[in-house]
Design a protein around this ligand. Sequence first.
Ligand code: OFO
Length: 192
Amino acid sequence: MNSVVFTIEIHEKNSKEYRKGSIMLNKEMEKAYNDQINAELFSAYLYLSMASYFEDKNLSGFAHWMRLQAQEETGHAMKFIGYIQTRGGRVLLDKIDKPAQEWESPLAAFTDALGHEQYITGRINDLVKLSGEINDYASGQFLLWFVEEQVEEEEAAGEIRDKLELVGDNPHGLLFLDKELSARVLTSAQDE
Ligand code: OFO
């Protein structure tokens, strides 16, 4: 008798309905995650466009830094894709906006990069806010990684922007910074 009850409980816990009730993403959250995938892929597109701009100016170290940044952004999009799927949601890809193609100077490009990261930070904060409003505690945990990541993203872009401001019109300073940026490598966490 007891074993029959036990079997029924196990069956209920493994049934799709049971899993849906506990892990399925709220539709509003699913839409917000899909929009974030688009924003992360746009980030990758923007930084690839900046890489192309720097390559054109023979600043291969800056171009290298931007290419790795684009790779990192693709990794961010992949994290959201994986998470939507883990939670039983549906990934829906949309078109990606055209990025800017020219900048007045390396300083202007990094000023834009910093501004873009601040915008992305705002979007991540909105996702955290939404997860709280709908009591999606699992999303709250998942999003913490991105909250910390955005601190690093803003710091990295801001530091290079500040150095470019110091360098001003000095070509030696610019080439020195170009060499420094050519040494960038992705850590395994950034590469995920
Ligand atoms: Fe994905 O952090 Fe930059 O944009």
